[in-house]
Design a protein around this ligand. Structure first.
Ligand code: KMH
Ligand code: ZN
Length: 305
């Protein structure tokens, strides 16, 4: 399969671990709402559903497999979308805790974060709203609580435990150095080609959301991985639709969803995940590309099915 397939895979990341329900009424956190929005997103054209779980009581992040169990069967029963379970957890979970849901459900895909970093919701991502938060003060004074730990030992530990499950990883690369980390991990035998890379832009602590940076990440990945990789783009906050559009025109795949941005356009909160999927689907198709079905995505990425 050619790397730059004409079909575009849309991933939808339904709720994540960063945004809070106080920021948008649309952010799902009960099992019912996560399932409902995931099903709607799949019906709108998302062939991969990237899933986190949350506590139904207050919307906080949960890595308890039981909270996934509360919505996964419903999603699987109602759609044939590829299930992608996050191993990101929250910033204070250990890697053991973070991989527990993927080990419990052995999905077709799960995330694999490729480096340690300061990880903050970018202040600019909220520039269109009146959210009350002193981002700068918080991030500086509480820096220690914003460290996203993904050491080589963590990556090796996760990769080794997940290997028997034949799960395709969504390699989360937040900066160009993470591509070199990934290459190193391949060289020492942790991951086998073809790999699937999610280029991530606009997280404070990672590379910024400029098109130049997308071209740079892509060119670097071409150099490091040649024909051995497939790729997708995630722009956080206000960069979501612009970078997804650019990626689709460059032959890549796209990720949208309320995990990555709460907006549908400048100053306007999205009503749902499906609304974002509909928008990027319309753009991709208007610009002459076709959207991949779940089975086409399975074939393009070489999933276990
Ligand atoms: N929250 C995104 C920027 C994960 O779930 O492992 C990256 C992500 C990580 O989706
Ligand atoms: Zn995620």
């Amino acid at each position: 399969m050619a790397r730059n397939s004409k079909k575009t895979i849309i991933t939808c990341a339904i709720t994540g671990a960063i945004h809070t329900p106080t920021m948008s009424d649309a952010l799902p956190y009960t099992a019912e709402d996560i399932a409902g929005q995931a099903i709607d997103a799949a019906q709108a054209g998302a062939s991969i559903l990237h899933l986190h779980a949350r506590r139904p009581s207050d919307g906080g992040v949960s890595i308890d497999p039981d909270t996934f169990r509360a919505f996964l069967p419903r999603v699987k029963q109602a759609t044939d979308a590829v299930i992608n379970i996050s191993t990101g957890g929250s910033l204070n979970n250990t890697i053991e805790e973070r991989i527990a849901p993927a080990l419990a459900f052995s999905p077709e895909m799960c995330s694999m974060n490729m480096g340690s970093m300061n990880f903050s919701f970018h202040p600019l991502a909220g520039r269109y709203t009146d959210w009350k938060h002193d981002w700068e003060k918080d991030y500086v004074e509480n820096s220690d609580t914003y460290i996203f730990r993904n050491t080589f030992a963590d990556i090796k530990n996760a990769a080794t435990q997940l290997a028997p499950h034949d799960i395709k990883f969504e390699h989360e690369c937040y900066d160009v150095g993470h591509l070199y980390n990934l290459k190193f991990c391949m060289d020492i035998g942790l991951f086998k080609a073809p790999i699937f890379i999610q280029f991530i832009f606009g997280i404070l602590g990672g590379i910024g959301p400029e098109v130049d940076n997308l071209v740079f990440m892509k060119r670097t990945a071409d150099r490091l991985f040649g024909e051995d990789y497939r790729w997708s783009v995630l722009g956080a906050g206000g960069s979501q639709m612009q970078l997804a559009t650019t990626a689709s025109q460059m032959g890549g795949n796209v990720r949208v969803g309320l995990e990555d941005s709460l907006f549908i356009s400048r100053g306007e909160l999205a009503q749902s995940n499906a609304q974002q999927v509909q928008k990027i689907r319309r753009i991709v198709e208007d610009l002459g590309c076709a959207v991949a079905s779940p089975d086409e995505a399975r074939e393009m990425l070489g999933l276990k099915g």
